[in-house]
Design a protein around this ligand. Sequence first.
Ligand SMILES: O=C(O)c1cc(C(=O)O)c2c(n1)C(=O)C(=O)c1cc(C(=O)O)[nH]c1-2
Length: 361
Amino acid sequence: MTAAFPTPAADESQRLLSPEELEAALRDIGARRYHNLHPFHRLLHDGKLNKDQVRAWALNRYYYQAMIPVKDAAVLARMTEASLRRVWRQRIVDHDGDHPGDGGIERWLKLAEGVGFARDYVLSTQGILSATRFSVDAYVHFVSERSLLEAIASSLTEMFSPTIISERVAGMLKNYDFITKDTLAYFDKRLTQAPRDADFALDYVKRHATTPALQRQAMAALTFKCNVLWTQLDALYFAYVAPGMIPPDAWTPGTGLVAEAPAVVQAAGTGRIEAGHVPRLPRGVRMRFDETRQKHVLLAPERTFDLDDNAVAVLSLVDGQRSVADIAVLLGQTYAADPKVIEADILVMLNDLATKRVLER
Ligand SMILES: O=C(O)c1cc(C(=O)O)c2c(n1)C(=O)C(=O)c1cc(C(=O)O)[nH]c1-2
């Protein structure tokens, strides 16, 4: 197969590099081609992107994260030595975790949720740019089809990742008010995992690339991988920065997000309800007796909530005039109970309804 990226010349007369020279040549590839140099990363780290552009990055990169263990399982499958597999399998554990809720993929989901995405939307991978998918899938195919040496060499971009991670975390925390340390927790572990993985891979490549042809293959594999990372950022830049051409079916700002609940509640004037507040039903919400089900319900646009007897007693007194304290006094008289105890109970109930946006003050 002819490849669309640099491949070793068939010429075996190339000089054999010493292991140190080979390492220097590999580092030189990173210095010229690693994705820290991409304009999209420069914008991301310098705080020059808007929230939706950061979201596009988080969403698309989820696909890379999700496929890394698939890639590593393909590499593992090519290893005939148990000693190698024992080391490599740690990469899969790092990403998948040992338990549900654990591992790098889960931490990336937290990052995506931290910038506003609904978890299920991210998991669906709907909305990922085709170019992201093509690049990432090409990486998985590469390690399945090429030699083990090339497969391992292609992971060597990780030699360069600690620097970019430190720069990214510091830059994003400083420049974006919607980014917190918790959101970026994914990167904490990478700072130790990446050098450990890269050291092992580099040592393997230096020991096994024992002919000029093999050395060139290793270099070409690293170049290919730099291109896998670079093209993902090209695609993001094209779709979400300039010219801003979002392909059909790719994520568009405003979709796949969790409703920003506190903002909505505040905007509707429904912040936390306290004893002195006068609660009322928002426009479009009313209490009704459902004859078929013989039950009181709260009807809201496109939603219905069943009400228990206590809720009906309270809501019957919600008239837009009485405060919560007034309602508690009336109920105290009706049920011969301490109004303060009633007040505490009904505040919990009223605030629950306010969170569901069927009550306001
Ligand atoms: O944040 C980054 O810039 C960055 C870069 C790379 C890389 O250089 O391939 C990886 C990661 N992160 C990463 O988180 C990760 O799990 C990872 C696995 C691999 C790989 O090739 O096996 N690279 C990377």
